[in-house]
Design a binder for this molecule. Structure first.
Ligand code: 9YT
Length: 128
């Protein structure tokens, strides 16, 4: 077994910050589990259009209030602690942190190596 801490991640390149979010990637491809595990904060007032063409992402909200929109249908779901949304079809989506910062536990498969940033389409590069 092994143990990792959020506080250790904060001083590594796997702490990725952008205008709209801060992603603390605790478990990475190098850990050999087949998925990466992130503790991510999305900033209040931000809107992000994302589309993970090379990954599946599951997002479990643990703090804050906002919403997620599925681009293909326009359907909008509120996000509150205890709500999980899963992008199992590489779905284009829009995250809005309407009321407060949002905090998520995120799982990516395949695992991220740790330093990925969004390209213009809101995607991360494929592994390798
Ligand atoms: C929901 C969200 O913030 N997505 C962008 C960041 C991504 N979840 C990550 O942790 O890299």
């Amino acid at each position: 077994m092994f143990v990792k801490k959020l506080s250790d991640t904060l001083i590594t390149p796997a702490h990725v910050t952008g205008d709209a979010f801060e992603s603390r990637r605790i478990l990475l491809a190098a850990d050999g589990l087949g998925y990466s595990f992130h503790d991510t904060v999305v900033k209040k007032g931000s809107t992000q259009r994302l589309e993970y063409k090379n990954h599946i992402e599951a997002n479990y909200c643990i703090e804050g209030e906002g919403e997620v929109e599925e681009v293909s249908t326009g359907q909008v779901w509120p996000l509150r602690p205890g709500t999980m949304y899963v992008l199992d079809q590489h779905d284009a989506h829009i995250i809005r942190a309407t009321q407060s910062d949002l905090r998520f536990i995120c799982i990516f498969t395949p695992a991220l190596s740790g330093e990925e940033t969004h390209d213009a389409s809101g995607s991360y590069a494929p592994p390798g």
